[in-house]
Design a protein around this ligand. Sequence first.
Ligand SMILES: [Zn+2]
Length: 451
Amino acid sequence: MKKKIGVIFSLLLLWGSVSAQENHVVLISVDGLRPEFYMNPEWAMVNVRQGMKTGSYAEGVRGSFPTVTYPSHTTMVSGVLPAKHGIYYNTPVEPLGISGKWFWYYKDIKVPTIWTAAKDAGLTTAGVSWPVTVGAPIDYNLPEFVILPKGKGEKKDEIKAMYQESNPKELFNEVQDYAIGKFGEFGATIDYATNDQNKARMAAYILKRYKPSFLAVHIALTDHFEHEQGRDGDKVRSAVQGADVAIKTIMDAAEAAGINKNTTFIITGDHGFVNIHTQFRPNVMLAKLGLYDDANKENWKAYFQQSGGSAFLHLRDPKDKSTLEKIKKGLVELPTGIQNMFHVLDKEAVKKAQGDPTAAMALAANQGFSFGASAKGDMLAAVSGGTHGYLPTDFKEIQTGFVAFGKGIKAGAVLSLMGQEDIAPLIAKLLNLKLETDGILYPGILAPVKK
Ligand SMILES: [Zn+2]
């Protein structure tokens, strides 16, 4: 009898130690997060700053090229840059006309990710509004997706999209029932500030109920208002504070779920922001050179894919040297004032920046300037507010941030700069996953292992 009790007791001990090792990582991406939002108390990220005191942070994160949302989020969960993971832009290259489609589908990612590594390890995962996860191997997933209008007068539909792509199917109904209330004329909404708050509540519910090992959440209101107002403005400030509240909602859920002690929080973003006043439209230049005809698009020979602060040249025939030479000549014949708005990256430089390997060259704008897609009208146009997409190594303003705290993170380590590809190896380490990346795991931010 004594022996039996002893066996049961040691089994309980074993069970206790195994469950204590069950780590959780919550990755929260605040779209358009800049380091000063948490480093400068004026921005009022009170809760993130509390986490910062108990954990480690970076003064800047060098992003992916182009510094736009979908390539960047894919870098965070794969640990490799766009040239390898295959999400080169937010949207496909469409010289025949922009359809409004984005790279929503997970199948477009060419490499293993934290999602697949977690699945291989038998861990449970969850995602809320995480880019490029439609059809992803995620156990509880409400991906970012939009149903585009089919006819005139129709509007894009994000609610119907969530019903359609919710995995499992009933999950979207479940979060409405338990976390945010039913969508509808008088019900829940994802308009305005409630967008971030409702996504946080959905994530909090999933964390509490299903206790996934890995939860990734993307909230985008800060980015929305930085586009509208630029780097500073009342709406930007309100959105940053709202993002902080959203993060706290998820932190509280970890506590309510009783997994707080085993949970690591990683707060990061996809890119910084730059104020803009003038847009250059390189496709107007191509039209002038006779290489792009807006009225007969099917006759295109060359096309610039704009990504806000950068533009990537695509040739219909990638071997068409004479077209490329015409464009190079066209660029150096532009008025000096226009030439001073950006710098040119040849194919080799794009390769070095690990951007789209299929692009023939790229333009990277200086601060104040952005690129437009239009092939009609003037080469220059007035713009306002802010944008991103710039070469990540050009200036500090385009860097995003990183704060990590909780299980496994040392207090007080400050990295002056890290790479976006360094986030996935940290997650892999914390969850004991096998994932090959190009990132660095900084041992200096890990808490010493207790023996
Ligand atoms: Zn973004």
